[in-house]
Design a protein. Structure first.
Length: 133
């Protein structure tokens, strides 16, 4: 799914901020503490994540660590009509194994995208050393 479509779907939920980071080698090496520090600079009132959310190098941070620093709301598990969990890992697996057609219904938007409209303000808050990666 194109980034613009992902942002439109998220914007429809009414967040104050949407943070998009380029996942490259420099970002992958960032510690969980660096991730928490960046979030602290934004000052979120609440953070919504899935139960399996991980962050930081080697996925060192988890929902429990995040919840020690911020108010965290875990999203309920979403299942398809067959009762299987719908997750990005499942969708990527279907696509990678040549079963992209099975992933299509799992990607269905809850609202028609033409009904979603939002103006997004971008602001780069990365540390300067990240710019040189």
């Amino acid at each position: 799914m194109p980034l613009a479509e992902k942002l439109a779907r998220i914007a429809a939920l009414g967040p104050d901020f949407i943070v998009v980071a380029q996942f490259n080698d420099c970002y992958a090496r960032r510690s969980a503490d660096d991730f928490l520090a960046d979030l602290g600079r934004i000052g979120p009132v609440q953070i919504h994540v899935g139960a399996d959310f991980r962050f930081g190098a080697r996925q060192a941070g988890d929902v429990a660590l995040l919840a020690r620093h911020f108010s965290v709301v875990e999203a309920p598990v979403t299942c398809c009509t067959a009762g299987e969990t719908i997750s990005s890992s499942r969708i990527r697996g279907l696509q990678a194994s040549g079963r992209a057609a099975e992933a299509v219904p799992l990607l269905a938007a809850p609202l028609p995208l033409h009904a979603i409209g939002a103006a997004l303000l971008t602001n780069d808050i990365r540390h300067r050393e990240d710019d040189n990666a």
